[in-house]
Structure formats: structure tokens, C-alpha cells
Design a protein around this ligand. Structure first.
Ligand SMILES: Nc1ncnc2c1ncn2[C@@H]1O[C@H](COP(=O)(O)OP(=O)(O)OP(=O)(O)O)[C@@H](O)[C@H]1O
Ligand SMILES: [Mg+2]
Length: 269
């Protein structure tokens, strides 16, 4: 385990009965970076997150998080991470502040009230702190959910589709919060189906398709996958949508067996 990697995944495989969901997944996530795992419905994003967060056992392969193997040192991994699931874990009956205090108490931390007030301020929820979460907008609820996952300051956080179902304004609010997290040194692995989300947020983007990472790179590196555009037609840089379709859409028979490596990939050992 090299110290600069917060997450290291090698040869990960997982099947549900006959359904071979992960077929050999490899990638690294650098400390303090934002890594986006992109894929369509059913690609296996949540499955991968569950394995990385010790909730599910892989059939083959290894995962190290914060330097700890997820099987041999599951307890250490759990101390190092938080997981914000695809569906919000906020208690609607409690106020925003009470939700955070509850998590701090469950984690046996000192001064839950102060922890709550600090996090509420960081996520611009101070004014709404005393209101029941049931009165929050989708964006506020998601921010509260992420704030709750930061209680105890885990160095690695997993966000499974953090902005699914949110309107553009709310998505922007969540994006801002996620950026601030990484600025403070937290490693963020997020999954998304939104290409623009990966484009806006992530230092590195990996596309999970038919059980494998078919491309892994920075946005600039992903841009090189496309053939160069003819100068006279170029009005803007290709979007991730263009890149995604160029890789996945055009030639789906070919894509299962051939990983497209871009820039420095996760292949080094
Ligand atoms: N417990 C399970 N038992 C059987 N099949 C499962 C189970 N969990 C997931 N699957 C299947 O595995 C595949 C991958 O599911 P997963 O939830 O990891 O995808 P995902 O990329 O997170 O999709 P989404 O974008 O819809 O959240 C899907 O075909 C799903 O139906
Ligand atoms: Mg999912």
C-alpha cells in the first residue's frame, strides 16, 4: 500500500448468482482527491461502494482503504470512512441539529452540540438548525446527510449518487459542499450517472461499464480518447457525454474485453 493512495482496488469481482456484476475492477484514488465512478443504472457502482465500505464481501480481488485491507482490517476501515448512501439517512422527525447530535452521540464523541453547530455552519444550515428535517428542501436534506457523515472527521468518504433527484440549484449546493470537503483534505469517492457532475467535481473520472473500468483519467486525458475534431467545426470542448458515447455507445461489442487506458492509469503495481 503506497501512502499517497487513500483507496486501492485490484481485480475486484462480484457476482449475484449468475449475474457477473464486477469482472475485474482496478483503480486508485489519491489522498485528498475527488474520484468519480461513472456508470449507467445497474453498472455496479453501489456494489463497488458496498465492498469498499465493508458492507459486502467480494468474490475476488483486494481493496485497501486508508491503508487497511477491507477484509483483514474491516474495523480499521470502518473507523476511516463514512458512507452516504443512495437514499438519505436523515430522520425526518428530528431537527437538523438533533440529527447531527444523534450521530455524534452514537459515535461516543465529546461535545456533540459543538460538533453539530460547527457542521451546520459549514453546510449553511445554521438558520434551519432548529427546524424538522421534514421541512427541508431536497438540497438541504442532502447537505444535512453529508454533514452527518462527517461527524468524527473520517479521512475517506463515499457518496453514492449524492445529487440524484435534485434540481440544478440544489445540485450546485451539494457540489460546493463536496468541493470544500476535498479542499480540507478529505478523500471523496462519489458515484454518479450525471456526466456533468463528474466533469465539474472530479479530479479523476473512471467509467464502469460491463463489469470493468473501461476508461480512467482526468477530464483532459479523457478528452484525448476522442479523435481530434476538425478545426472549422470546433466551437467548444467535447463534453463527457461525447466522450462517454464515443467509448460506450459506438462499439458496445468491443468494450467488454478492452480497457481503454488514458494517461496514468491504475495499472502500475
Ligand atoms: N442483492 C442483490 N441481489 C441480486 N442482484 C443484485 C443485488 N444488488 C444488486 N444487484 C444487481 O447487480 C447489478 C448492479 O447493481 P448496483 O446497485 O451495484 O448498480 P448501480 O451502478 O449502483 O446502479 P444505479 O445507478 O441504479 O444505482 C444490477 O443489475 C442489480 O440488479
Ligand atoms: Mg447505485
Amino acid at each position: 500500500m503506497t501512502a499517497q493512495h487513500a483507496i486501492r482496488v485490484r481485480g475486484l469481482e462480484k457476482s449475484y448468482k449468475q449475474l457477473h456484476v464486477l469482472r475485474g475492477v482496478d483503480f486508485d484514488v489519491a489522498r485528498g482527491s475527488i474520484f468519480a465512478l461513472l456508470g449507467s443504472n445497474g453498472a455496479g457502482k453501489t456494489t463497488a461502494i458496498k465492498i469498499m465500505s465493508t458492507l459486502l464481501k467480494a468474490d475476488a480481488g483486494t481493496v485497501a482503504v486508508n491503508g487497511f485491507d477491507v477484509v483483514k482490517h474491516a474495523g480499521k476501515v470502518r473507523e476511516s470512512i463514512s458512507l452516504t448512501g443512495q437514499f438519505a439517512a436523515v430522520d425526518e422527525i428530528l431537527t437538523g441539529r438533533e440529527n447531527i447530535v444523534l450521530v455524534a452521540e452514537l459515535r461516543h464523541l465529546k461535545d456533540p452540540g459543538k460538533i453539530a453547530d460547527d457542521l451546520l455552519a459549514r453546510f449553511s444550515l445554521t438558520d434551519a438548525a432548529a427546524r424538522r428535517a421534514s421541512t427541508y428542501s431536497g438540497g438541504m436534506r442532502r447537505r444535512l446527510d453529508i454533514a452527518m457523515s462527517l461527524v468524527g472527521e473520517p479521512p475517506v468518504i463515499f457518496l453514492d449518487e449524492p445529487t440524484a433527484g435534485l434540481d440544478p440549484q440544489a445540485r450546485n449546493e451539494v457540489w460546493q459542499s463536496v468541493k470544500e470537503l476535498a479542499d480540507r483534505g478529505t478523500t471523496v469517492l462519489l458515484t454518479t450517472q450525471y456526466l456533468d457532475e463528474a466533469e465539474k467535481l472530479a479530479d479523476r473520472i473512471a467509467i464502469l461499464h460491463e463489469g470493468r473500468i473501461i476508461v480512467n483519467g482526468t477530464l483532459a486525458e479523457l478528452g484525448q480518447v476522442l479523435p481530434p475534431a476538425k478545426v472549422e467545426y470546433v466551437e467548444k470542448k467535447p463534453t463527457l457525454d461525447d466522450i462517454f458515447l464515443a467509448i460506450v455507445g459506438r462499439d458496445s461489442n468491443d468494450s467488454a474485453g478492452n480497457e481503454r487506458s488514458v494517461g496514468s492509469t491504475s495499472k502500475e503495481n
